[in-house]
Design a protein around this ligand. Structure first.
Ligand code: NAP
Length: 252
């Protein structure tokens, strides 16, 4: 995605995937301070571990407690979270209902970004997770209500977001086994942050019940657009990122 964006912007930049074992994170981050390095994206398990090694954090990254984008400015590293605004942009693009209860499945870093983003819009949020204690800790930090998977009475729900990793590279895995999607109102949107496979079991079952359902490719493209903007100051159209991600099979 970012190579396509550099080409689109006519900039002579490159983007490399680097595997960093957890103990080597501080050294890897230190290398980002070098001149000529714009920054980096972080993925699991570094999104949370990086916080204490950076010079500054945006308010969103601090509140969420996770950084997916690091920006190098003259040797100082700032941590940002573009997952949160990336999700909001994806939901706006999908014309998700703007009112009503939003149910977020999962309680990891992606769920924290989702809850922070939705709460920043004044949205009522319920966090539903396999491990209730983790959902409770999340809502203590960020607001909303917590529930264990299995209890699926959600009056007024209009938006169901899978922010768990159930379904990732596992087409028949679902965070909601035995869920009756016809219980959701017909205008509800089901959004699965998982984009590989393109159609998870969750999305297939939601569509079979006549609901609108989207995978996480749009969020992936939007968070990338915002990271590229933070690094370069150039706002490349999201379609460039989406085409590159789709063409590459969606692997970040
Ligand atoms: P994480 O911190 O490891 O959290 C994973 C969460 O998923 C935990 O709450 C875990 O529950 C739950 N979970 C895992 N397997 C499950 C299963 N089989 N059934 C039910 N719940 C299960 O991961 P993360 O960073 O938040 O990422 C979550 C997902 O979001 C990943 O698939 C990631 O690829 C995706 N994501 C997509 C984008 C995008 O741009 N589209 C951006 C960020 C993340 P427990 O607490 O019980 O362990």
């Amino acid at each position: 995605m970012h190579r396509a964006a550099f080409a689109h912007a006519g900039l002579a930049g490159t983007y490399e995937a680097v595997r960093v074992p957890a103990p080597e994170l501080p050294a890897a981050l230190a290398r980002l301070r070098e001149p000529g390095v714009l920054g980096a994206n972080l993925s699991l398990p570094h999104k949370e571990a990086a916080l204490s090694h950076l010079d500054g954090l945006t308010p969103a990254a601090r509140a969420i407690g996770a950084v997916n984008t690091v920006v190098n400015r003259d040797g100082r590293l700032r941590g940002e979270n573009t997952d949160a605004p990336g999700l909001l942009a994806a939901l706006a693009e999908a014309q998700a209902p703007a009112t009503g209860l939003a149910v977020v499945l999962g309680a990891g870093g992606a769920a924290r970004a989702a809850v922070w983003a939705l709460r920043s819009q004044g949205r009522e949020v319920r966090v539903v997770n396999r491990t209730l204690a983790r959902a409770e800790a999340l809502v203590r930090d960020l607001g909303g209500t917590a529930q264990a998977t299995g209890d699926v009475s959600w009056p007024g729900v209009t938006l169901l977001i899978n922010a768990s990793s159930a379904g990732l590279d596992a087409p028949e895995e679902t965070p909601l086994p035995d869920f009756d999607f016809s219980r959701l109102p017909p205008d509800a949107l089901v959004y699965d942050m998982v984009y590989r496979p393109a159609e998870t079991r969750l999305l297939r079952e939601a569509r079979a019940a006549g609901l609108r359902a989207e995978n996480g490719l749009s969020m992936l493209a939007h968070q990338a657009r915002l990271a590229f903007l933070a690094w370069t100051g150039v706002d490349v159209p999201v379609s460039v990122f989406r085409a590159a991600a789709g063409g590459a099979g969606g692997r970040p």
